[in-house]
Design a protein around this ligand. Structure first.
Ligand SMILES: NC(=O)c1ccc[n+]([C@@H]2O[C@H](COP(=O)([O-])OP(=O)(O)OC[C@H]3O[C@@H](n4cnc5c(N)ncnc54)[C@H](OP(=O)(O)O)[C@@H]3O)[C@@H](O)[C@H]2O)c1
Length: 252
């Protein structure tokens, strides 16, 4: 596994993503929300995808009020997503935006923190569906658009428990190993035939609802805010990272 730190002191230009269309999953809350706002602030037209419409609308409004490019909004529950819906999404994006230059797979479910022996099969399946299967089906149907962009970026979201298995992290841990594997397979397939780069980011402990649920005894503000880890999200989405592919970056 090729693990690298985030580029030190990376400074994105304000227009880094100008003219680019970027889709962010789980854009209504946590790291995805801040990534969407950050990409928009750097000139991207951001397509906000998530399951809770009111949260997506709030992000949409923030982007509009700030005067950034008008975003798109896609309400989609990834635990139910079908191949047909992804085909329709790709068609809709092509019609509305004409091109797709970036895809940030960020949405995930934590599931249960308990031993494998007492884990629920239904929860296991839902976590795998959202964290792994939805990534596959979305990527597969969006690849043709990403292929036609002069250069494009797919970012997947990993975790420390996607590299070392840990007790009681169950399906979430396994889904993040699968995410690292998916990234490596896709990066290797595309490396010599395409201008798409494919990488993972491990955000590290970050103050979001998921982290507060996973570590209820922790002081939330001991962890950085999503805003504090955006350097590597910008680096990988923008053209400064052309040539980097198949790498798992640590945001912290
Ligand atoms: N925070 C950390 O310390 C940390 C550390 C390592 C890795 N990560 C990874 O970083 C990413 C973002 O995590 P976060 O901490 O920002 O989590 P979060 O605050 O829980 O946000 C997750 C986002 O994913 C969305 N989502 C969940 N299930 C979905 C579904 N079925 N369909 C569509 N959207 C769905 C959520 O939508 P709703 O708002 O509607 O629930 C939410 O917007 C995840 O991949 C996570 O595994 C986080």
């Amino acid at each position: 596994m090729n693990i690298q730190p985030a580029p030190r002191n990376y400074q994105a230009t304000p227009e880094l993503l100008s003219g680019k269309t970027v889709l962010v999953t789980g854009a209504g809350d946590g790291i995805g929300r801040v990534a969407a706002l950050t990409y928009a602030a750097h000139g991207a037209t951001v397509v906000l995808l998530g399951r809770t419409e009111s949260k997506l609308e709030a992000v949409y409004d923030e982007i509009e009020v700030a005067g950034h490019p008008k975003p798109g909004l896609v309400t989609m529950d990834l635990s139910q997503v079908t191949d047909d819906q992804c085909v329709q999404l790709a068609q809709g994006l092509a019609e509305e935006f004409g091109h797709l230059d970036g895809l940030l797979h960020n949405a995930s479910l934590l599931g249960e923190r308990r031993p494998i022996e007492s884990s629920s099969y239904a929860v296991w399946q839902e976590v795998m569906q959202v964290n792994v299967n939805a990534q596959f089906v979305l990527t597969r149907r969006l690849l043709p658009m990403l292929q036609t962009a002069p250069s494009s970026s797919i970012i997947l979201t990993s975790s420390g428990v996607g590299r070392i298995g840990k007790a009681f992290w169950g399906a979430y841990c396994v889904s993040k190993f699968a995410t690292e594997g998916f990234m490596q397979v896709l990066a290797s397939e595309l490396e010599n035939t395409s201008s798409i780069r494919v990488n993972c980011i491990n955000p590290g402990g970050t103050n979001t609802a998921m982290r507060r649920t996973a570590f209820p005894a922790e002081n939330p503000t001991d962890n950085p805010a999503p805003e504090d880890i955006m350097g590597v999200y910008l680096y990988l989405m923008g053209e400064d990272s052309i040539g980097s592919t198949g790498i798992s970056f640590n945001a912290q």
